[in-house]
Design a protein around this ligand. Sequence first.
Ligand code: 5GP
Length: 116
Amino acid sequence: MSYDNNNIFAKILRDEAPCITVYEDDKTLAFMDIMPQMPGHTLVIPKEAAMTVHELSDEASLACMKTVQKVGKAVEQAMGVTGFTLFQLNGAEVGQTVPHFHFHILPGSILNATGI
Ligand code: 5GP
């Protein structure tokens, strides 16, 4: 299966769909999830075209983790919590609904999230 340029995150990256941006640099974008599992649910995506972790370049992997560190800390501070849940799905078979690599940041325990 090849990368679908019309997936919603590709459109967000091209400014063809809106999002609430919380952080952006030359390799990554972080924005609020449109259907948050809990308040503060944030997504981190690479700007390169990758569906799953298997396609992610070393450069994008490093950039995503650096953004997760920054945004994770900012989400903790904004939501008044210490600690956050980081998760990421690879493939429709395990529930990935948007075929562009993304990390979920939840400012709380994944065990308290709805719909997961
Ligand atoms: P997945 O199930 O693929 O791991 O997660 C996809 C996430 O993307 C879901 O949490 C869903 O709410 C979020 N999402 C889907 N469409 C949009 C959108 O158009 N804008 C934003 N901000 N988030 C979206």
